[in-house]
Design a protein around this ligand. Structure first.
Ligand code: 5AD
Ligand code: SF4
Length: 483
């Protein structure tokens, strides 16, 4: 999409260039030839099925993978059955995600028996774990390609290797300092897009596997980010979501350091861009400067995702979160005071090793005080290789389940109350599509991330329209468009 390279103009008689992204465009041209040959033989285009789970980063990575695959001639399909290439972009934040992948691989094996030329590729965070790759090598020999989070840009080269050698290709990097710019990406929505501003995480929360699988924190240059967003806007995008594991520490390690707040000021100045979102904020790094920029901004959405994880200062210390219950409450209070119409959402883990009933009640207390607009609640999952996994005092499952249910009830009660507070108001909604259940209705997203359904014409998709919020349905509204 940006600095678009014409594959027809690449000289394939010459050896592959060493430099990126030129090298990948060279392999895209090579793979395109092989794909075309296979498609001619089959008398139909080759089809790819991509399953993506996990966070926004993975979703964005999948857009990059599909962008490359479209360039080389694959068409996307909605099911594994009949696909010529299946890619699972995996998550490993919690153990049950890994189990699901192994389960699905069994199913893929049966499909492959009826369609032997089908290729299976696995990528994403789970593949960055050495024990996973060993298991696949040993017990899932029918997998064709395994690659990781650091080298997704290399998909064309890896595919070429698999197609020409016919051997299982495993290409996992332990880490990287490289950020490869200017490769194609397939966007799921024409009017909104995620934009990576940084990769990796340096926080090492003691329960979390992300720093182990996504590597050290690396920020993209602001010029590259602005250039990408300008390109997106020229292409019809009105809303961007700036993505990073910890956006508040953006820019600290750049040659010319800039703050996240400063980056937001520069993004705000892009003409034609209407909405800015970002994800995720670590409470320890959230600056007054950021609150001020949000407050002044006409484009930054009224939504902040501020993971709490636990309300107990003692557990927070064990988690290596670097803030106390009181500091978190003070921060949330300050944000609500400065930006009263903001919605605050969070992530909470129940059952971290050593969590007592008292610790849990501290979490419930924070939920009651902050009054989250919505919250993702997770049962602690032991991730091998993280410090928390070797802590001795793991909490029994029945206790965790009981606490989880109590927390969920409280979170739901509060979020229902919170998401009805704007009933009767007129608010701007970005129309994202037709309602899946009732085709007469459109689905729009308010600045505070709450959804509204209202009658309207699908031609409005991708535009921002004022909507009267007439009736609250718990976590969404029914409304009417204001003329
Ligand atoms: N167990 C349960 N939840 C976890 N998260 C991260 N690691 C774990 C784990 N080991 C949750 C955190 C994080 C969200 C993305 O996933 O709440 O914010
Ligand atoms: Fe994991 Fe903590 Fe980094 Fe978030 S900030 S990705 S929870 S280590």
């Amino acid at each position: 999409m940006y600095n678009y390279v014409d594959l027809d103009k690449i000289n394939l008689e010459q050896p592959a260039p060493a430099q990126e992204p030129e090298r990948q465009y060279y392999f895209m041209a090579k793979v395109r030839e092989l794909v075309k040959k296979q498609a001619d033989e089959l008398g139909r285009p080759l089809k790819v099925y991509n399953l993506v789970v996990g966070c926004q980063m993975n979703a964005k990575d999948s857009e990059k993978l599909l962008g490359i695959l479209r360039e080389v001639g694959y068409e996307e399909t909605e099911s594994e059955d009949g696909a010529d290439l299946v890619i699972y972009n995996t998550c490993t934040v919690r153990e049950n995600a890994n189990q699901k992948v192994y389960g699905r691989l069994g199913y893929l094996n049966s499909l492959k028996r009826t369609n032997p030329h089908m290729m299976i590729a696995l990528c994403g965070c789970m593949m960055q774990e050495a024990n996973v790759v060993e298991t696949i090598k040993k017990s899932y020999r029918f997998v064709d390609i395994v690659f990781g989070t650091h080298n997704i840009f290399k998909l064309a080269e890896i595919l070429y290797q698999r197609m020409t050698t016919k051997k299982m290709v495993i290409d996992i990097w332990d880490g990287t300092t490289a950020i490869v710019e200017d490769l194609p990406a397939e966007r799921k929505y024409s009017f909104k897009s995620g934009v990576n501003i940084m990769f990796g995480c340096n926080n090492f929360c003691s329960y979390c596997i992300v720093p182990h699988v996504r590597g050290r924190e690396r920020s993209r240059n602001p010029e590259d980010i602005i250039h990408e967003i300008e390109g997106l806007v020229a292409d019809g995008v009105v809303e961007v979501m700036l993505l990073g594991q910890n956006v508040n520490s953006y820019g600290k390690t750049l040659e010319h350091p800039i703050s996240f707040a400063e980056l937001l000021r520069r993004v705000e100045a892009i003409e034609g861009l209407q909405r800015i979102r970002f994800m995720t904020s670590h409470p320890k790094d959230l600056s007054d400067e950021l609150i001020e920029v949000m407050k002044q901004s006409k484009k930054i959405c009224r939504h902040l995702h501020l993971p709490l994880q636990s309300g107990s200062t003692r557990i927070l210390k064990e988690m290596n979160r670097k803030y106390t219950k009181e500091q978190y409450l003070e921060l949330a209070g300050k944000i609500r005071k400065e930006i009263p119409d903001i919605s605050i959402t969070t992530d909470i883990i129940v059952g971290f090793p050593g969590e007592t009933e008292e610790d849990f009640l501290e979490t419930m207390d924070v939920v009651e005080k902050v009054r989250y607009d919505s919250a993702f609640t997770f049962i602690y999952s032991k991730r091998t290789g993280t410090p928390a996994a070797s802590m001795e005092n793991q909490v029994p499952a029945n206790l965790v389940k009981d606490r989880f249910d109590r927390l969920l009830k409280q979170v739901q009660r509060i979020s229902t109350e919170m998401s009805s507070k704007d009933t009767g108001k007129v608010m701007d909604a970005l129309v994202e599509g037709v309602d899946e259940k009732n085709k007469e209705l459109l689905t729009g997203r308010l600045s505070n991330n709450v959804m509204v359904h209202f009658p309207g014409d699908p031609s409005l998709i991708g535009t921002i329209v004022p909507v009267k919020l007439e009736q609250s349905k718990g976590f969404y509204y029914i409304g009417t468009k204001v003329e």
